[in-house]
Design a protein around this ligand. Structure first.
Ligand code: ACM
Length: 637
């Protein structure tokens, strides 16, 4: 009898699991071009037979399928050639030209019937993306790194046709301000491929560290890769003692760089290296002070996050300590030639990014070398001096059969037609450049700077600007007025001044990376904020299984303070639907038995602290926000 009851309850439990999963909403990020749900499911058997075109040469795909289906589902995976025996396969990976070729190199079709899954693509890239979509059709437990029981490993019957909106879908990681190991970079790349990113912009050099081995210039990494560690609010530190130990840093050897490049390429991710010059060069000058306008100053150190630029200028910073290469010194171009020669030999990608952003002109203006250069070359402004520098660097890059890309400041003094532009201070520079025939990547601060705070300053490490998920979701890589033919695509940038470790890098990247991925891949007409939010929550669940960190800031309200007469009012706007907000001014911790927030609240005269929490379905879902009333009052515009 006991046995029967046990069997019946197991049966009911299994039915419940099936029913629950059948109801699961399809949550593919980025949203596919077209998707037709057919009803019914395909349930993977214990042994998953995968047929794969002989044309598919890389082991990556095979390993990917094997690893995913054997780990959480605990399935046995068997491979056969699709040319021989499609019929018995559960997953068919077909690689051959498709008649209706709208899907291009990166597109795929995915069909789930009652007895198999078929993914068809023109190129391996498409198969990689088709598989990512297949994984996202499976239950979230597929992301787990251990065996998951009591899951029905099934996918809905569906027909998907999918291909990207733009060809350049990137994320930039700054490894100078904080260093990330090879394994951490690979992990970052692993997450990129899940969301169909295909470009990793590796910001390898900056004032706070030079991170790539250049064999002909060993001091770049012996000296330039190491600094005195300071922890806290990056950018605001006291200058450390000049003799303090250089105890923080790191760099990648050329073997490691090659390893990462190959790892990324297997995943259809190109890597664009950035060597940021002529500004952001303190680490170079620490190693080779003779490349500065003032080599003897005694001030050439790898910067630590202590203040060395004055940003209160309303535009280009002023330098307190010199961080620019001397554009009038031929040794600088010999240096650049050595660097570019080795970088060009390492990276197969066609562009090398040479920065050009935020170069202070402070020390150029004081330099007799620069004055002579201006007279000799008939240069009238410092922007023209920078343009002179940029053009000489571009000649070096072209001589290595590569193309140059730079941040949008390089437009100011003029650029050659062959220079690519990365538009970061807004989209307007990219629009202008695209209309004058330059290749452009859109990366505007106001949509895709994922170093900015994504929630309230009460819950986030302090950064000088904010960027909520809903704003990132509005990113359009081809804005009105741009010449589409010259827009390569777009990318988000993760500067890491305030990002001390890989967990925080993940937190800053996701979920805004989902929004960027969808903006770059999906047709504009397929984008829908409410649907995106629902999918994002599904992917939070996936990340929980994968143990990837993400920001839950969408559950925290947007806080705005206004003043009427002597009174201050706090308005709380939820970023997503379906949340209830509770507050207190008496320093106690609010819960859902406190009065529910409905309208802007008067701050009581004697209150010292406001606490805020959001609930959904009677459960706390937002983080407890505690804000000093004095801080709230300072927020009034
Ligand atoms: C930049 O954010 N300085 C390109």
């Amino acid at each position: 009898m006991k046995k029967t009851i046990l069997l019946i309850s197991m049966f009911v439990f299994t039915l419940l699991i099936f029913a629950q999963q059948a109801e699961r909403k399809i949550s593919i990020i980025p949203e596919p071009v077209s998707m037709v749900k057919k009803g019914g499911h395909f349930v993977f058997p214990d042994q998953v037979v995968v047929s794969i075109s002989q044309a598919e040469k890389s082991n990556y795909l095979k390993n990917l399928v094997e690893e995913r289906f054997s780990t959480a589902p605990g399935k046995r995976v068997v491979f056969v050639n699709s040319e021989n025996s499609d019929n018995n396969a559960d997953i068919v990976l077909l690689l051959n030209p498709i008649e209706n070729n709208q899907i291009g190199d990166e597109g795929y079709t995915l069909q789930v019937t009652s007895d198999k899954v078929t993914i068809h693509a023109n190129k391996s890239e498409g198969l990689i993306y088709g598989l990512q979509t297949l994984f996202q059709l499976l239950p979230p437990q597929i992301e787990s790194n251990k065996k998951e029981d009591n899951v029905s490993w099934q996918v809905p019957q569906i027909e998907i046709v999918d291909y990207p909106r733009v060809g350049w879908r990137g994320l930039m990681l700054d490894v100078s301000r904080h260093f990330f190991t090879v394994d951490e970079v690979k992990k970052y790349i692993d997450n990129m491929v899940k969301y169909k990113f295909n470009m990793f912009h590796w910001h390898l050099t900056d004032d706070e560290g030079w991170r790539i081995e250049i064999k002909s210039l060993p001091k770049l990494t012996e000296v330039g890769a190491w600094r005195t560690e300071q922890i806290g609010w990056f950018g605001d530190f006291e200058q450390p003692d000049k003799d303090a130990p250089k105890n923080y840093g790191g760099f990648y050897t050329q073997d490691e760089i090659r390893d990462v490049i190959n790892y990324a390429l297997e995943r259809n991710i190109q890597i664009m290296p950035e060597i940021d010059v002529p500004g952001h060069s303190s680490a170079v000058l620490a190693a080779y002070p003779e490349l500065a306008c003032f080599p003897e100053s005694g001030d050439h150190f790898v910067r630590t996050g202590a203040t060395f630029l004055d940003w209160n200028t309303g535009g280009r910073p002023e330098a307190i300590y010199e961080n620019t290469l001397n554009p009038a010194n031929d040794k600088v171009y010999e240096f650049m030639d050595k660097v570019i020669t080795e970088v060009a030999a390492l990276f197969p990608f066609e562009y090398i990014h040479t920065g050009g952003d935020e170069a202070p002109y402070t020390f150029w203006e004081k330099s007799s070398d620069v004055k002579e250069l201006m007279e000799r070359e008939n240069l009238n402004t410092m922007a023209e001096v920078q343009s002179y520098f940029g053009k000489r660097v571009e000649q070096i890059i072209l001589s290595k059969n590569k193309k140059m890309m730079g941040w949008d400041e390089i437009l100011e003094g003029g650029i050659t037609p062959t220079t690519g532009l990365m538009s970061w201070r807004g989209v307007e520079y990219g629009i202008e450049a695209s209309n004058s025939g330059h290749m452009v990547v859109m990366s505007p601060t106001n949509y895709v700077y994922i170093d900015y705070m994504q929630g309230d300053i009460a819950t986030e490490p302090r950064v000088y600007a904010s960027l909520r998920l809903n704003q990132t979701y509005k990113f359009d890589p081809i804005p009105e007025g741009a010449n589409e033919d010259y827009i390569l695509g777009g990318q988000a940038n993760l500067w890491t001044e305030q990002v001390y470790n890989i967990r925080q890098a993940e937190y800053m990247t996701w979920p805004r990376g989902f929004a960027v991925a969808e903006s770059l891949w999906s047709p504009k007409a397929n984008k829908d904020w409410d649907n995106f939010v629902a999918k994002t929550e599904n992917h939070f669940n996936r990340f929980d299984y994968a143990k990837i960190k993400y920001s839950p800031a969408i559950y925290d309200p947007i806080v705005t303070v206004t003043k009427k007469g002597e009174d201050y009012y706090v308005a709380l706007d939820p970023e997503i639907k379906g949340l209830e907000i509770y507050t207190s001014f008496d320093a106690s911790t609010p819960d859902n038995f406190y009065p529910k927030y409905t309208e802007p609240q008067l701050i009581p005269r004697d209150a010292g602290i406001m606490r805020i929490i959001t609930y959904r379905d009677d459960k706390p879902i937002g983080r407890l926000m505690s804000i000093q009333v004095d801080d709230l009052k300072k927020r009034v515009r």
